[in-house]
Write a protein that binds this ligand. Structure first.
Ligand SMILES: *Cc1c(COP(=O)(O)O)cnc(C)c1O
Length: 403
């Protein structure tokens, strides 16, 4: 249905790929991609059924294995990441689980950045540990520590860049060299940048994972995930999904495939709004009685990752954080005084969200872990949405006035 087109779109620009790659058209001639809400498929004859089941003949059998709408999303995200193939999953977490189950076995060792999504850490410490897979957590910016943590059993290095919520950028090319020195694979969670701003495979990473729930959808509607990489690894991943069942639904795949069509425009708008808010917050530090202590956004020259972010990313992303002068009480007062921003832990939405990491997203960490990760009581994270920057700055002014 779409395969000759894919070779063609492999040589076009990202904006064209986002709109066109993987496009599917049936004999009805519909322009927008159809949603195939079917669990199974019929065969023309008993012999054809046998051939499909044995794999002798390619084609659909059952929607836990393949679904045309899910394939549209997979082909589009693979093309955007510059990957040979992609596999869709039911959530971002099941994407990470799928990578582990496809590539690891008992006795293997993983090195994971300490600054990853909280549930990702739990997946490694609770569930992978049960399977006999060990994990070492490292400060993602300490390259010597990554290097020195390698063992003969290390199979996977796992990183998220930029980090949440302090926007530290990790050098993907440098980390991929460390991984490849022992034939381990580098997995990058590309949720914050998306392929619109960063293509980790082109920088040397082996596998990209996504929570499609965030920017790929972009409007906070569906939960889903994806993995992209070489054909051999993706075959293993697909085999796990088919057998164990963390499959993406056709409806969700359709929402995500449509989301990808506007990904680049949305990411550009998220970036420019975030830059406007970060700059405004940074200016507040100059006031005679400042209420802002520090702003974390890699687009600001004051951020320690500014130069690397400029080199590695096409934009600085939509998430920023800042410390107010004071502690928990001041941070909570600021948050409660905003009127437009939604108080929710979600991110990557058209709607701006605001959250207090120390008591929500990072509440599970011990005091020592929080201190090490820079999650202070006066820290506030904002995922900047697509509302007008002026209105969002007015909201920040309301927060500031409450201090
Ligand atoms: C949300 C998120 C996940 C988990 O994705 P779900 O779709 O919620 O399962 C993984 N990594 C990052 C960086 C996330 O923000």
């Amino acid at each position: 249905m779409a395969s000759e087109l894919d070779d063609f779109f492999a040589n076009t620009d990202l904006d064209t790929i986002a709109v066109r790659a993987g496009q599917l058209r049936t004999h009805e001639g519909e322009h927008s991609e159809p949603i195939f809400t079917t669990s199974s498929y019929v065969f023309e004859s008993a012999e054809a059924a046998a051939k499909r089941f044995s794999g002798e003949e390619a084609g659909n059998v059952y929607s836990r294995y393949t679904n045309p709408t899910v394939r549209v999303f997979e082909q589009r995200i693979a093309a955007l990441e510059g990957a040979e193939a992609a596999v869709a999953t039911a959530s971002g977490m099941s994407a990470i689980l799928t990578v582990c189950m496809a590539l690891l076995k008992s006795g293997d060792h993983v090195i994971c950045s300490r600054s990853v999504f909280g549930t990702t850490s739990v997946l490694f410490t609770k569930y992978m540990a049960k399977m006999g897979i060990s994990v070492t957590f490292v400060n993602p910016l300490d390259y010597d520590l990554w290097q020195n943590s390698l063992t003969d059993s290390t199979k996977l290095l796992f990183v998220e860049t930029p980090s949440n919520p302090l926007c530290d950028v990790v050098d993907i090319a440098r980390l991929s060299e460390i991984a490849h020195s022992v034939s381990a694979k580098l997995v990058v969670d590309n949720c914050f940048c998306t392929p619109a701003l960063q293509q980790p495979l082109k920088l040397g990473a082996d596998i990209v994972v996504h929570s499609a729930t965030k920017y790929l959808d972009g409007q906070g509607r569906c939960v889903g995930g994806a993995i992209a990489g070489n054909a051999v690894d993706m075959d293993e991943a697909l085999a796990f999904v088919r057998t164990c069942g963390p499959t993406m639904s056709a409806f969700n795949a359709w929402v995500f495939a449509k989301g990808l069509e506007t990904l680049r425009l949305r990411m550009d708008a998220h970036c420019s709004n975030a830059m406007a808010l970060a700059s405004w917050l940074e200016e507040q530090k100059q006031s005679p009685s400042p209420k802002v202590e520090q702003v974390f956004y890699a687009g600001l020259p004051s951020h320690k990752s500014h130069e690397l972010a400029k080199k590695q990313q096409r934009g600085f992303g939509g998430v920023l954080s800042f410390r107010v002068v004071g502690g928990r009480e001041e941070a909570w007062r600021f948050i409660d005084a905003t009127k437009i921003m939604s108080l929710t832990a979600n991110l990557g939405d058209a709607k701006t969200t605001i959250v207090h990491p120390a008591t929500t997203t990072h509440g599970r960490l011990s005091d020592d872990e929080k201190k090490e990760a820079g999650i202070t009581e006066n820290l506030i994270r904002i995922s900047v949405g697509l509302e007008s920057a002026n209105d969002l700055i007015s909201d920040l002014e309301r927060g500031m006035a409450a201090l």
